[in-house]
Write a protein of this length. Structure first.
Lengths: 1078, 216
């Protein structure tokens, strides 16, 4: 019989949140999942291992063990210690070293501080010295370390698919370069992606001088450059915008996923969290308005969200512009005339735009309007126009001069000249055009028209098939290079390890983009380090070059290299022209029939470049919580209309092309819209990424890169067992217990206790008495953590930071589907629907809350009572620690954990290939693969074996290291208290929002102690009297009372309050919902 | 009906139980003795590629431990000298001695000298040299009178109970920092306890006793 916690609240008296539509409707599959003591066959040794097979395997392994004992004796095998012949100066074996570098991403870079152990990079962290501030990292940067050790990287120089010696490629390019130079580069086409490297700009200038007739093309499948292009157009010079979300009090986003998929999202998350801070001095948090079609991270964090089909967003944006214009009382002019028709094509039925506009007008100079990369130029210019007219430029949005981009054409032009036979030699510098090119270009056949194709490639992929020469590209952790971060600072990229596959000298492992370009150009200087050094010498200007270089490498950036903000004048002509030409087609598009389609950047694999990264693949998508796959996102209402359910296989037909994929019903999606994540469904990729998802690029055309209209869908089949997707949203469900708290700003100011829930279940908390004896907590420090739900946006960088720091294994799709994912830190995403609407409408416009959930380090830890072998016990400083070597794997502790944060190693994930887990010890080890990935492991943390329970311990290795460092410094003196801030767990380190704060609770002035005294501080499931050491700070929404979707309280709270007052279930109470204990 | 079983079988269960108990006790005792580090590890003395004598270098020449084990105050790993450090002296002293051939080879080729590891904690134990040395625990307590060894051997069991003995009673072992590397430093036990208590008090010594101290 299932035994419920005795103090379980009656579910309908508590704020109601749901994680999935299944949970909301309490459908049979959800109930089944919930009721299983261990989800889906976790207890049974099931297919394909039968009981008999299991016994066979066991006896075989005992036999092996016996042989081992008898043959090898009891002595430990002899091992050698190998000291250096000459030790590098200043090197201490065993002491981790940190180097500043950066990860180049499209037109920007993420400044990093990378930890190396014995010359192996093992952990990526943000560079705190960088002028951008302590903005943490994003999930891609955290996971990029796995790409370095990816055994499926391109390792060989190839010609026509056959391996050749690197010298052959060098000779070939040298002779080609001479030939090209003679012909002034005619017939040479160079295709590259976006880059921000000053050295690359310099080399390109040299190449253009040598090959004046060569043609340059640029292709970025998801191009975020429009933010800069629009600034340049609106303000008449090359500019890079820098938003100040921390200063803006009102922010409006036109489909701009600033907190997720826009360029430099980690920076905006950092600023957003600052802007949302609730100070005791009464500063109110910023208010975020979002217009969008998909449910994005930005939309999920919005105070007001308007969901619209993609084709109607430009009209709604124009409407908002028009409303601002009207309410501000500006005189009618050419601009208002140009936008009038488009604005009128959106009716603003519930005056969402009008009220939003009023709020903007009332906060002139303190608001910010941003358009996203999926929007056309007209919308960007509308946003710039609003910023200009509201006086935001120079206040909440800065513009800095950016290097003028050289003229480059796009992929369609290249395809055309290939077909015209104008390209003799095609050089592909970045990307995978055969996979990412718009479907109507038929790129593969075009690429074959070139006589020679030379490519710098990171892996064998779709483009490889039509390449004559392939040069392995080095990972950025092996490269000399440079980059500009979003603020324009020149940032260093320096190698932390010699090229992995380059032999002892490292020379044959591959080339950086700089070396590749230099060899293409036949330049004199081809060594990337010298190229970068030359660039820095030029950029740094006068001074001691050696000292500047050293300082630059040490700090990771060139101080003072960010250009000062400019204050250019508004150029009315460009916007007018754009609006005049675009308004008609945009208005026509808004009226077009059929389903609409949005192609979007994926939170896990970007545009497909991270498809072979197991950490990212297994990271639950922040919104959908899907792993290992993409799905066709569709709103609940549209799904009902088309009679679709989760995982139904449907076929989308768009402009004569079709693609098939599974349905995912996404609450909060715009109706009549399909969301297709790019980057999956690869034909040729590594072992991790093979066979995951469907390829949305096959529907994408050059004319409609981001959204299209006129799609048709057809049900192919209902899902079979094989069609189920591994989704974690219902894993560890908490059955309606009040674990997230939120309140509206006004109510919170009136009654601060409302947020932390003093009036709720905690009022009925049993008297604090425990039947068990507890170890005395006598340690010098008492560790604790505070997580600010107001700052957390759900980006999941912490999940990957934890995975990287703590050697958390990848388990594979099948295991995730069984609820066996190993993430120590998960981010729970909760929805709440309007309480006064019927069940069917709950999923239309839900409010969303994110909650990072990890071990809460309960002082009265329920897991400890049930462990028969004392494998999990408390230490003096309040940590609930795991002794892996004691654990025998009863899993009682996981069962008794109220937060469901313990993870069990069902298999030897670290040693066995994921597709043969069920063969146990008989599975073959793939030596190259495993050995290489082992290099990414953190040597400070035990690698757990099969049959062992594990969980978060606040990064106990970092705590101990900090304590030891303090003791080493203290010597024999008693000054051993670790100062506040000296210990930063991996999750807190990675968090761009600084939402996670760790510290010593016994110090009343530590940051965590100060946070715990805040009124909105609460502890999850406090009524269980488990006394968690982690506390949460409730989320405070800041809705505008004049908006149509305003509610006094957040919906969940309003729902609870209303029913509590009425003493009866709400109107939306679903039938059969259990009352009381259940 | 006559008994099917003879009378002596009445004793059988008791005998079996007693036999099993004795056998069990013997196995337990055997395991406890032969399968613990006290037996398996102590005294382990492999033949090293270079017959290096601590006695000569420390006892006779008076070298400090840290000249060769340079990381001991900074890292978990005490550090082994690189070949060039040996050659600092040996390019003049015993310059052509055949016993030093591996070191000279290493110096020339860059290939390391393959010293055979003697002291080793299991993978799940995170021992930190600097944390002990810098807080007044001498080399002596784990490595014995290594300064007098002709050939290094495993001197102490280094088992968990061995570690805990000191962690529970640090005052019996703590020394002033200037005596940490003086392995011959001797005080009578009574004085040691008194001084150790003082050191533990002023240094706020709290050797960890819970799992997290060493297992992560």
């Amino acid at each position: 019989m299932k035994n419920d916690a005795p103090a379980r609240p009656a579910p309908w008296k508590e704020p109601r949140y749901w994680r999935s539509l299944d949970e909301l409707a309490r459908t049979p599959p959800f109930q089944e999942w919930l009721q299983g003591e261990f989800p889906d066959g976790a207890q049974a040794l099931e297919h394909p291992v039968s009981r008999r097979r299991f016994l066979e395997i066991m006896s075989a392994s005992f036999l092996l063990a016996g042989l081992g004992l008898g043959g090898a004796g009891c002595r430990r095998p002899e091992e050698a210690i190998l000291p250096f012949a000459r030790i590098p100066e200043g090197y201490d074996h065993g002491v981790a070293e940190y180097y500043a570098t950066a990860m180049p991403v499209r037109g920007s870079a993420i400044p990093l501080l990378v930890k190396t152990h014995e010359g192996r990079p093992v952990k990526i962290e943000g560079n705190p010295l960088h002028p951008q501030g302590r903005t943490g990292t994003d999930a891609f940067a955290q996971a990029s370390i796995l790409n370095l050790y990816d055994p499926d990287r391109l390792r060989r120089f190839t010609r026509q698919g056959q391996a050749v010696a690197p010298a052959a490629a060098i000779d070939f390019l040298a002779s080609q370069a001479r030939e090209w130079a003679e012909r002034r580069g005619s017939g040479l086409a160079i295709l590259e992606g976006r880059a921000s490297s000053p050295s690359r700009e310099r080399i390109e200038r040299l190449l253009r001088r040598r090959y004046p007739e060569a043609r340059w093309y640029i292709h970025e499948p998801i191009d975020l450059q429009i933010a800069r292009a629009s600034a340049a157009m609106a303000l008449g010079q090359p500019l890079a915008p820098a938003y100040r979300m921390d200063l803006a009090r009102r922010i409006v986003s036109f489909d701009a996923d600033l907190l997720g998929t826009e360029e430099d999202a980690h920076r905006w998350i950092h600023q957003h969290a600052r802007g949302r801070q609730l100070d005791d001095d009464g500063r109110d948090p910023a208010r975020l308005y979002v217009l969008e079609s998909l449910m994005t991270l930005t939309g999920a964090n919005a105070d007001h969200r308007l969901r619209l089909e993609p084709a109607r967003i430009p009209a709604a944006a124009a409407r908002l512009w028009w409303e601002v214009h009207r309410q501000a009382g500006w005189a009618a002019d050419e601009e208002s005339a140009a936008l009038r028709a488009l604005a009128n094509s959106y009716a603003d039925p519930n005056s969402w735009c009008a009220e939003c506009a009023r709020d903007l007008v009332e906060s002139r100079g303190q608001c910010l309007v941003v358009a996203g990369h999926r929007q056309p130029m007209a919308v960007h210019l509308a946003a710039w126009s609003l910023n200009h007219r509201l006086g935001n430029i120079g206040r909440t949005v800065h513009v800095r001069p950016a290097p003028a981009a050289a003229e480059k054409e796009g992929l369609p032009e290249l395809a055309a000249s290939l077909r015209a036979g104008q390209v003799e030699a095609l050089v592909i510098l970045d990307g995978n055009p055969a996979y990412t090119a718009p479907a109507d270009l038929d790129w593969r056949s075009a690429q074959r028209m070139a006589r020679t194709v030379i490519r710098l490639a990171a892996s064998e992929d779709e483009t490889s098939a039509a390449c004559d020469w392939q040069i392995p590209a080095l990972h950025f952790l092996e490269s000399w290079g440079d980059a500009r971060t979003g603020d324009g600072t020149v940032t260093s990229v320096q190698p932390l390890i010699q090229p992995l596959f380059g032999g002892a000298s490292g020379k044959d492992g591959g080339w950086t983009d700089l070396e590749f370009l230099a060899r293409i150009g036949g330049l004199e200087e081809q060594r990337p380090r010298e190229i970068v050094r030359q660039t820095i010498r030029e950029l740094a200007g006068s001074g001691d070059a050696v000292r500047q270089w050293r300082q630059y490498l040490h700090d990771g950036f060139l101080a003072g290299s960010a250009p000062a903000p400019a204050s250019p004048a508004w150029q009315p002509g460009a916007a007018l022209e754009c609006w005049h030409s675009a308004a008609g087609s945009l208005a026509a598009q808004a009226a077009s029939p059929g389903l609409q389609v949005v192609f979007h950047r994926d939170y896990s694999v970007d545009d497909g470049r991270y498809i072979n990264n197991g950490w990212l693949q297994e990271m639950p998508d922040p919104i959908t919580k899907l792993t290992w796959e993409n799905a066709i996102l569709i709103s609940p209402r549209t799904a009902r209309l088309h009679k679709l359910a989760h995982f139904d296989r449907i076929e989308i037909a768009l402009r004569g092309r079709t693609v098939e994929g599974p349905v995912w019903i996404q609450p909060g999606m715009a109706d009549n819209t399909l969301g297709l994540a790019l980057g999956y469904g690869r034909e040729r990729t590594g072992r991790v990424g093979a066979g995951s998802g469907y390829n949305a690029y096959r529907l994408r055309t050059a004319a409609a890169l981001h959204a299209d209209t006129g799609a048709q869908i057809r049900l192919v089949r209902r899902p079979g067992k094989k069609d189920r997707i591994a989704c974690t949203q219902d894993h560890g469900a908490l059955e309606g217990r009040p674990i997230v708290r939120e309140a509206s700003l006004d109510q919170f100011r009136a009654d601060p206790g409302l947020a932390s829930g003093a009036m709720r279940i905690e009022a009925h908390r049993p008297p604090a008495a425990s039947l068990y004896s507890h170890p005395p907590l006598t340690g010098l420090h008492q560790w604790g953590m505070a997580v600010d739900l107001n700052a957390c946006v759900g980006c999941s960088a912490c999940v990957l930071a934890c995975q990287s720091e703590n050697n958390v294994p990848i388990v594979g799709r099948g295991q995730v589907a069984r609820g066996r994912e190993m993430h120590w830190l998960r981010i729970d995403r909760y929805y709440a629907g309007p309480p006064d609407r019927p069940l069917d409408e709950q999923g239309d416009d839900p409010q969303v809350v994110f909650q990072p959930m990890m071990c809460q380090q309960c002082e009265h830890a329920p897991c400890e009572y049930v462990c028969p072998v004392n494998a999990t016990v408390h230490d003096e400083e309040g940590l609930n620690v795991m002794a892996y070597n004691r654990c025998v794997g009863t899993r009682y502790c996981a069962n008794n954990c109220p937060y469901k944060v313990r993870r069990f190693n069902f298999f030897d994930y670290h040693r066995r290939p994921l597709d043969r887990l069920y063969r146990g010890p008989l599975a073959p080890k793939a030596p190259d693969e495993r050995d290489l990935i082992q290099w990414a492991r953190n040597p400070d943390v035990t690698v757990r074996m099969r049959g062992v329970m594990e969980k978060c311990t606040y990064c106990v290795q970092r705590i101990q290291q900090a304590k030891i460092a303090r003791k080493i410094a203290a010597g024999i003196s008693g000054d051993i208290r670790v100062p506040d801030g000296a210990i930063v767990p991996a999750c807190a380190e990675a968090c761009p929002a600084e939402a996670i704060v760790f510290g010593d609770l016994s110090d009343p002035n530590s940051r965590v102690s100060v946070l715990r005294r805040q009124a909105r501080c609460y502890r999850a499931l406090e009524f269980l009297d488990v006394r968690p050491r982690t506390s949460y700070l409730a989320r405070i929404r800041n809705p505008n009372s004049r908006m149509p979707d305003w509610h006094e309280h957040p919906w969940s709270l309003e729902d609870a309050l209303r029913r509590r007052e009425g003493g009866r279930p709400g109107q939306a109470e679903p039938a059969g919902r259990p009352e009381g204990g259940g | 009906m006559p008994g099917v079983f003879p009378k002596w079988t009445n004793q059988l269960p008791l005998n079996i139980a007693a036999g099993l108990a004795i056998a069990g006790a013997a196995v337990a005792a055997g395991l406890g003795y032969y399968f613990t580090p006290k037996y398996t590890r102590v005294g382990y003395q492999p033949i090293q590629p270079v017959p290096y004598s601590h006695a000569t270098h420390v006892e006779q020449l008076g070298m400090d431990c840290r000249y060769c084990h340079a990381g001991v105050e900074r890292s978990w790993f005490a550090g082994l000298p690189d070949a060039s450090r040996c050659m600092n002296c040996h390019h003049q002293v015993l310059a052509g001695d055949p016993r030093l051939a591996p070191v000279r080879d290493s110096m020339q080729t860059g290939a390391p000298v393959a010293w055979i590891q003697i002291h080793r904690t299991p993978d799940y134990v995170y021992f930190h040299h600097a944390a002990h040395i810098r807080r007044g625990v001498s080399c002596l307590h784990c490595h014995g009178r290594v300064d007098q060894f002709e050939e290094v051997r495993h001197d102490q069991p280094l088992s968990m109970s061995f570690c805990l003995e000191c962690h529970r009673r640090p005052e019996a072992y703590l020394r002033p920092l200037d005596q940490v590397y003086n392995l011959g430093w001797n005080t009578d036990p009574a004085r040691q306890n008194e001084q150790g208590r003082l050191l533990a008090l002023t240094g706020d010594m709290r050797p960890p006793l819970s799992c997290s101290g060493c297992h992560r």
